[in-house]
Design a protein around this ligand. Structure first.
Ligand code: GRG
Length: 308
């Protein structure tokens, strides 16, 4: 039974990834939108390099699967899924820059500023950020302007000062301080830095699916728990990867006062927290045990907790 659910999850993750890849390929193609001047070739090439052909596409999957809970599928949903992936790709491109994390590799190949240059990487991120809102606000995404406005507002909040950007600022401030980080502070910054966009992905599916208040609240609780589980799992995976390579991987992070839950809680408690959050995410979907089938979203919580 559990194996069957995991297989179904893998299948649906791949379906969502393929659909969003095709949509990104189309949206980020050379043909300009009506009234738009021709897209500059080199920037477009770098945008496509940064967005196509990699990544798990977890955020698009969450959006597509949540909308599917309410029987809503199709081009508009895939466009919204592509928009959230654009925001995610932009965050990766900017986070990899020398001024932030200074990484050479992303998704198994050179980071955008290494493959191109820093100015191009900054503009790629800016272009993806702006275009995500263009895509969401376009009537092709949803016929109802109130739904489009709600999606735009929710994404702006998730990606902005009170979400991803605010979390990144808190993360930088934490690293610059010499004091040890409390678990509360780490949880807060992680819920903003990475949790907010994962939560948005679920919420957007609920908005598009016209979920009622009860279903929305349940999905919102699921999105928060899943986002928190994702980040603590990431902290744990970093430590496990360092252990597996006898600390060689830690070179870049050596001496940094990184705000992680493993540092704040210790590895064992971090693992317990990860598993508790995954269980909380699954329990939040109990509302859907009759009627709507949330099995794939439940399986996503297992995937997030154990992902490699
Ligand atoms: C610099 C604009 C800006 C934001 C910084 C979210 C964020 C804030 C930066 C992203 C970089 C990062 C490494 C965040 C930690 C969370 C994480 C592991 C993200 C990678 O997400 P996955 O695993 O990646 O979904 P794929 O490649 O599968 O899409």
């Amino acid at each position: 039974m559990a194996e069957g659910a995991a297989r179904e999850f893998d299948k649906r993750l791949k379906t969502a990834a393929d659909a969003v890849e095709t949509m990104l390929d189309r949206l980020l193609g050379p043909s300009p939108l009506a009234g738009e001047i021709a897209r500059p070739g080199r920037l477009l090439e770098a945008i496509r390099y940064s967005s196509l052909g990699g990544g798990k596409r977890l955020r698009p999957f969450l959006l597509i699967e949540t909308a599917r809970l309410f029987g809503v599928e199709g081009e508009g949903v895939t466009r919204a899924a592509a928009a959230v992936e654009m925001i995610h790709c932009y965050s990766l491109v900017h986070d990899d820059l020398p001024a932030l994390d200074n990484d050479d590799l992303r998704r198994g190949r050179a980071t955008t500023h290494k493959a191109y240059d820093e100015a191009t990487a900054i503009l790629v991120g800016d272009g993806l950020l702006t275009y995500a809102f263009d895509v969401l606000a376009d009537p092709a995404t949803h016929a109802d302007p109130a739904i489009r406005a709600e999606l735009v507002l929710a994404l702006a909040r998730a990606a902005g000062f009170g979400g991803m950007i605010g979390g990144q600022v808190l993360d930088l401030e934490a690293e610059q301080s010499t004091a040890p980080h409390t678990a509360e502070a780490v949880i807060r910054l992680q819920s903003m830095k990475t949790g907010a966009l994962l939560h948005f992905s679920v919420l957007a599916g609920a908005i598009i699916g016209a979920a009622d208040a009860k279903a929305r609240a349940a999905l919102s609780a699921y999105g928060h728990a899943l986002g928190a589980a994702f980040q603590v799992a990431d902290d744990i995976l970093d430590v496990e990867a360092d252990e597996a390579t006898l600390g060689k991987r830690a070179g870049k992070d050596a001496g940094r006062n990184k705000a992680t839950l493993v540092a704040a809680l210790g590895l064992e408690d971090a693992r317990k927290r990860r598993d508790r959050l995954a269980a909380e995410a699954i329990a939040a979907l109990d509302l859907f045990s009759q009627g709507l089938d949330a099995a794939t979203l439940k399986e996503a919580a297992h995937f997030v907790a154990k992902r490699a």
